[in-house]
Each structure stands twice: as structure tokens, then as C-alpha cells.
Design a protein around this ligand. Sequence first.
Ligand code: ADP
Ligand code: MG
Length: 138
Amino acid sequence: MERTLSIIKPDAVSRNLSGAILKMIQDAGLKVVAMKMIQLSKAEAEGFYAVHKARPFFGSLVDFMISGPVVVSILEGDDAIARYRKLMGATNPAGAEEGTIRKIHALDIEKNSVHGSDAPETAAFETSYFFSALEMVG
Ligand code: ADP
Ligand code: MG
């Protein structure tokens, strides 16, 4: 069993797509073991994306991530990290596989509807960034 962090980003929450995206996640057999809707502060978004601090898109990404509420959750399952990345599709929806969340719902390379951890180390950091052990209930 593996756990990964999912974020339904502001572009998707604001278009009322949280339910549709959660349905895709659950239909794929990933189990939600923690979930909440939150409004990130600038410092919280910067801390979450600190690994991208030097990238040219960092400031715009942070502004986007604080533009409205997000739905953060922890997903559990065998190989959950890779399975969720595959379900999400490529970062740029223009190149994402048919049937993926980003192909169906994303607007562009920045407003791409979902985040998913990319490795066990980032999953451990990201799940504990948003949730305490007591909030992981599944
Ligand atoms: P992923 O979310 O697929 O793991 P990255 O970790 O590379 O992608 O980037 C984090 C987020 O930063 C992306 O999901 C997207 O919202 C944004 N982003 C990535 N590359 C670009 C870019 N070239 N221009 C604008 N925003 C970008
Ligand atoms: Mg990433």
C-alpha cells in the first residue's frame, strides 16, 4: 500500500469539477483516506512548491494556487503514486493521453486542474504538509 497527495486546483474547484474529478479517482480504485477544502496563503503555496522556486513560472503558479480554494486529499492503494500520475496525464494537457483528468478538464499547462506527488519522498513530505496523522482516517 502506498499513499500520495492529490490537489484539485483552483481552476477545477471554481468550475465545480471537484465531484467529477473525485469520481475519476474513485473509479480508478484509489481510496480517499483524508480530504479537506482549504484556501492556501501565499506562504503556504510557496512552501509547497519550494522545489520550483527558481523556475520562471513560480510566481505565476503561486498566484494561481492562491486564487481560490483547493481540495486536498490523500489517496491510498497499491502503486498509488504512479497510478495517480497516470490518471492525471501529462503536465501540459495538450500532450496528455485521452481519458486522463488533465486531457478532459485542464485549461492549460499552468491551470491543469490537479496535482499528484511524483515519488515516495515527495509524497511523504506533501501528505504531512497538509495533514496530521490524526486526519488520515481511511
Ligand atoms: P506536475 O504537476 O505534472 O508534476 P511540475 O511539477 O513540473 O508538473 O510543475 C508543477 C506545476 O507548475 C504544474 O502542474 C503546473 O501547474 C505549473 N507549471 C509547470 N510547468 C509550467 C510552465 N511551463 N508554465 C506555467 N506553469 C507551469
Ligand atoms: Mg510535480
